[in-house]
Write a protein that binds this ligand. Structure first.
Ligand SMILES: [Ca+2]
Ligand SMILES: [Ca+2]
Length: 367
């Protein structure tokens, strides 16, 4: 009883001292926020107009005051999925570009002033390919996504290693008789951890697909996890003794909930937990906030406020430390978040509010 009381007190104290600011940017059309990066002068929000495919980069100063909306152009990507910052301050963008009704992997590199430095389509054979996640390395980049062969009806998960000039060093596909794809790649220490979705290697509907590849592209191990219904891994982070893998599941609750999986470094499943908040909760990302403190962010159904952004903080056992729901009228859909200091997170997403198209969300925790 005493223990429970202490836990609730700590929870209330921490929750009461998390403050949030939401800043809407009116872009006048239908836009999607893709990513946020931290710069010397402030922040950059990358997004895409849904109708025209125009990519834009909005700069903000450190007080989150808008500096400029920069248009990158409409022709580069039909679907922007990835924005990464290179060590020499370039922006690396990818996703897919439709050519003759087939999705192709396009790479777009910009300098820090958003001038196009490089743009090309990766020469990958097959019908459709796309990138959902990229990992920049010292000697190039590794792309993770999906692939469909010419005449094929199903997707395979796809992993491609390129050098800095965009030359393909190796590429790997992973799949069975139904659909697979990767949603996230992270550096796994001595290789690459790629997580996503499998429909081939499951008795029911989709399961988590968790794979580990060597740096030369050899599949070292793979695992699936989930229940009878839909389970899809979307994010992961490395921990001291293995990996935490986050996904979406409706196998264990009557609504969508985050499913968190802990594996050791060889892929053995240590535990799995459903983060059941008794309402629809669509997780979008998992980040290490502080040592042994992890943040899952996403969107939660919150009654008359409709969807709201939620940040929940978990210890290394996946147990709830505290949570913060940011209540705003109408729908908010967070897409991406980064840690900007030991007690601050900034995220970005899209809102269905009329004339409130994309937003920044700033969360500060005070102890
Ligand atoms: Ca399943
Ligand atoms: Ca809302």
């Amino acid at each position: 009883m005493f223990k429970i009381f202490l836990f609730i007190t700590a929870l209330m104290f921490l929750a009461a001292t998390a403050s949030a600011r939401v800043i809407y940017i009116d872009l006048g059309n239908s836009e999607e926020a893709i990513s946020i990066t931290q710069e010397d002068y402030g922040y950059v929000l990358f997004g895409q107009h849904r109708n025209t495919n125009e990519i834009f980069a909005i700069t903000f100063d450190k007080n989150l005051d808008l500096l400029k909306i920069n248009s990158i152009g409409e022709r580069f990507l039909d679907r922007l999925n990835v924005v990464e910052k290179t060590p020499d301050n370039r922006f690396f963008l990818s996703g897919n570009k439709l050519l003759l009704d087939q999705a192709k992997i396009a790479i777009l590199e910009l300098n820090s002033y958003f001038v196009v430095l490089n743009y090309f389509i990766l020469p990958v054979s097959g019908a459709d390919q796309w990138v959902e996640s990229a990992l920049l390395t010292d000697d190039g980049y590794v792309l993770a996504g999906g692939h469909r062969s010419i005449g094929g009806n199903w997707y395979d998960a796809l992993l491609i290693k390129c050098d800095n000039s965009g030359k393909i060093i190796w590429s790997k596909k992973f799949g069975g008789s139904s659909d697979e794809w990767f949603s996230k790649i992270i550096d796994g220490g001595d290789g690459y951890l790629c997580v996503g979705s499998t429909e081939s290697y499951t008795k029911g509907m989709a399961d988590f697909l968790v794979t580990f590849f060597s740096r030369t592209g050899k599949l070292i191990w793979w695992k699936t996890a989930g229940g009878e219904k839909w389970d899809r891994a979307i994010s992961a982070t490395m921990v001291n003794d293995g990996f935490l893998i986050l996904g979406l599941s409706n196998s264990f609750t009557d609504y969508n909930s985050p499913l968190l999986l802990k594996t050791d470094k060889s892929g053995k499943i240590i535990w799995q937990k459903v983060l059941d908040l008794k309402t629809e909760f669509f997780p979008k990302g998992l980040i290490e906030f502080q040592e042994n403190l992890y943040c899952v962010y996403g969107n939660i159904w919150n009654g008359e406020n409709r969807f709201d952004v939620i940040f929940i903080f978990l210890d290394q056992n996946g147990d709830l430390v505290f949570k913060k729901v940011i209540e705003e009228k109408n729908d908010q859909n967070i897409n991406s978040s980064i840690i900007i200091s030991k007690n601050e997170i900034i995220g970005t997403g899209s809102s269905d509010n009329i004339s409130k198209d994309v937003f920044l969300i700033f969360l500060e925790l005070k102890e």
